[in-house]
Design a protein around this ligand. Structure first.
Ligand code: G
Ligand code: MN
Length: 266
């Protein structure tokens, strides 16, 4: 895309209901689905299909970014509430990427808790994925106290893109982390690069010692799955298992009005 969308573009896209979520399934070592990660997409008449990295670039949140983040939280809580009524899906977890700005204020924390409650969604099923690249020294302006408040209510924190950002291992002690999710970069070269294997093994051992779940994303082949399973990984996500896709049962009105076929794959 040649031009970054303006603040007005983003606000108008929200108004026109051009944002939607796709979900990528997450599997356990027995190849059973145990949850999904919600991923934001924007189908813009002007720019085409856009991914979050195309339009959420600025470190400081603008009004539109804050509103989009709130919309995402609302949509995932709605979906989690729907799953709670289904005998199979009620045990699924929902992972969602969040940015540190969603943890700045007490009101932001209250919003997450109230939204879960409003849709009858179980906080224990929600995983907030905070990318390690958000961890500038000093926590990028958010307060760890807020994460502890969410943790008390049962919400889980996953450190996303683990190994790619500021791998301050003391984050694992200072923050109520439940899961580390290693970046797909490490999975990509797993079978051709012995060093990558060692790094993956060490990350899995670290997670085991700290009693954290360890998840891999970007799993594309059965060989990668086998290696990661043997290395002790507990959760798997990637094209080998399923692409991010729309859910047939995703019944938010705004999604339906987007006229996107349920077989659409992204
Ligand atoms: O960082 P984040 O959790 O948002 O990463 C998810 C992104 O990675 C999605 O946008 C998705 O399209 C992409 N993705 C998911 N699975 C795979 C995979 O197996 N291989 C590759 N190359 N990309 C993937
Ligand atoms: Mn993620």
């Amino acid at each position: 895309m040649r031009h970054s969308p303006s603040e007005d573009d983003l606000l108008s896209a929200l108004e026109q209901r051009e944002f939607y979520l796709v979900y990528q399934p997450i599997f356990n070592p027995d190849s059973c689905i145990v949850g999904a990660e919600a991923l934001l997409r924007w189908r813009s008449p002007q720019y085409g299909l856009l991914f979050p990295g195309d339009f959420i670039k600025r470190a400081r949140p603008s009004k539109s970014i804050l509103r989009i983040s709130a919309w995402v939280m609302e949509a995932v809580c709605h979906q989690l509430g729907q799953w709670a009524c289904d005998p199979v899906k009620r045990s699924w977890t929902m992972s969602v990427n969040i940015r540190s700005h969603q943890l700045y204020t007490e009101q932001a924390i209250t919003f997450i808790l109230e939204t879960l409650q409003r849709y009858g969604a179980d906080p224990r099923r929600l995983y907030l994925e905070l990318s390690e690249t958000e961890f500038l020294p000093g926590f990028n302006g958010f307060s760890p106290t807020h994460l502890h408040a969410l943790h008390k209510q049962g919400i889980k924190l996953a450190l996303d893109n683990f190994g790619m950002g500021y791998s301050f291992l003391n984050h694992l002690k200072k923050l109520p982390v439940s899961q580390i999710k290693i970046d797909q970069y490490f999975v990509k070269n797993l079978l051709s690069d012995g060093n990558e294997q060692k790094i993956v093994d060490i990350m899995s051992m670290l997670a085991g010692l700290l009693k954290l779940e360890v998840a891999a994303k970007g799993v594309e082949t059965p060989e990668q799955f086998d290696y990661l399973k043997k290395a002790g990984f507990s959760l798997f996500q990637g094209y080998f298992f399923g692409h991010p896709a729309l859910l047939k049962w995703h019944a938010l009105d705004s999604m339906e009005s987007a006229h996107i076929s349920s077989s659409d794959i992204h």
